[in-house]
Ligand binder design. Sequence first.
Ligand code: SF4
Length: 318
Amino acid sequence: MDRIIRNFGGERSLEGEKPYAGVDAKVYPTYKCEGNCPFCLTEIRPKTREADTEQFLVNFSEEMRKYCEGGGRKVLFTGGEPTEAPDKLLGMLDELKKYQLDLVVLYTNGTNLLRSVELKDEKGVMLTLLKNHGLQNINMSVHHYERQKRLAISETVGKMDNENVFEAVRAEGINLRLNCTLMRDYIGSVGEVKRYIEWAVKCGIKDIYFRDLFHVENRNQRTTPGDKKKLSYTDDQRIDFNKLVADIQQDPDFEAKEQLSRHRDWGQTYIFLYKPTGIQVSFGTLVIGSERPDEATYFTINPNGKMTPNMNASEYSV
Ligand code: SF4
């Protein structure tokens, strides 16, 4: 049995260790996305080449074996927009049936879910194909309750008929969480958070995650070769996350439930009950770019199907 993983600065024996226990696998099947959101992290991080489906799935299978043997239990498909690579996505879902995992979730902007796709061996509506291949959880990005505001962030994504997509996801029996990015000109205050929750609950949503814009700490050219415009947008739109959480804690409509540390303390999540509607809402913040190269903070699988143990470090190999 292979008990060695790649590790930057050399290889390290894992005998007796579970290096990926509590570490999420973040899988990027493609960088492609029509969204062009002004804060898109895909355009900020370094990129690898994209492997074709066959090679990607061979590499994915090998990396997943290491991940699961190393104690990993959570697989997140993200991007880019993962549904832009449906053959990779369905192939990965099939591969993951081999393992006992705590969570497999698709992060998506939702725009392709109701589209018909024709693949090599099958065709149908994307959402139904995903369900048929075993998907049970979707985390959908919806950054405002007003259509005009959503359009201002992304014309492509903003055009989507959200309510219709939510209904279709529910009809398939798939769990749905909304992911809303906190921004100064959008959802960035307690009042706006409440308006968003009220709108979402009317749409039948029972789980919402409010996400702080990423804090990209390490900004040398090698680690963040990407779009400087996107970085400065995130700096301009970033709210005072700690103050927002403190305000929420003081607000009688919210009841604090739990605080979780993620990604070896680079991320924090605060979970509340929103009493007027009885749903759970979470607030998460994350710093990237300063992860230690000698321990796995993430299990990032890139569009070439290969793993790197961080999000943005200079050891990243292209
Ligand atoms: S939908 Fe997501 S992946 Fe696509 S541009 Fe927006 S932030 Fe980036």
